[in-house]
Design a protein around this ligand. Structure first.
Ligand code: DC
Length: 210
């Protein structure tokens, strides 16, 4: 079974995807890391994030081992990834990679922005995980504080709103809810409740072998 999970920045989709993958013993791909890795490759090479030819070449040359780089996880790289991910040639270069991963005999869990709409339109389960921008900003703010990064809440909220707009307004595979996706709004749900809501959907479709 392929479980496709999409949603905006800081919606909790990554945490949920990891838990579902562990629970159902499926491989998991955080597709945001691919775009982050393309951005990091460009920055390391001193290239402009808007250099489409360099970005597409970086996407084509991406090696899986690169996804373990700890620099990929910071919020600056998320913003940089959002810029390169608006480029159609970058998305095209990463598409086969993601589809091969999703084609594993066991099935897989993939999370991102366009998994249910573009990468895996035939996924057995599509979840769209979202929460209000204010709640997502509160969570991200707490997470940053926990890491010792003191960023004012208003700045975190502004970042989230800017990223939402860029991810949703681009021409290439914009963030949107697949017609057959189940929406899980986590504004008033903790991680356990979101996990229960998701397993209810998966189990209702016959479980991971269904
Ligand atoms: O999920 P994330 O924060 O790691 O994603 C970083 C950026 O990458 C996000 O702002 C948009 C882009 N992205 C995308 O366009 N498509 C995906 N499937 C995953 C991420």
């Amino acid at each position: 079974m392929v479980i496709a999970i999409d949603g905006p920045a800081a919606s909790g989709k990554g945490t949920l995807a990891k838990r579902l993958a562990a629970h159902y013993r499926l491989p998991h791909l955080d597709t945001g890391l691919l775009y982050r890795a393309v951005a990091l490759t460009l920055l390391d090479a001193g290239r402009d994030l808007a250099d489409e030819a360099a970005a597409a070449a970086a996407a084509r040359a991406l090696a899986p081992g690169f996804l373990a780089d700890s620099r990929l996880r910071g919020s600056a790289m998320g913003e940089a990834a959002s810029i390169v991910s608006a480029q159609g040639a970058v998305r095209a270069a990463l598409l086969d990679w993601q589809r091969r991963f999703a084609g594993a005999p066991s099935g897989a869990v993939l999370d991102g922005r366009d998994i249910g709409t573009v990468v895996c339109p035939d996924a057995a389960v599509k979840l769209f995980v979202t929460a209000s921008a204010e709640e997502r900003a509160r969570r991200r703010h707490r997470e940053l504080e926990g890491r010792g990064e003191a960023v004012p809440y208003d700045e975190v909220l502004a970042d989230i709103l800017r990223r939402d707009a860029r991810d949703a307004d681009r021409d290439a595979a914009p963030l949107r809810v697949a017609e057959d996706a189940v929406v899980i709004d986590t504004t008033a749900l903790d991680a356990d409740a979101a996990f229960r809501a998701a397993t209810d959907v998966v189990d209702g479709r016959g479980g991971p072998a269904g």
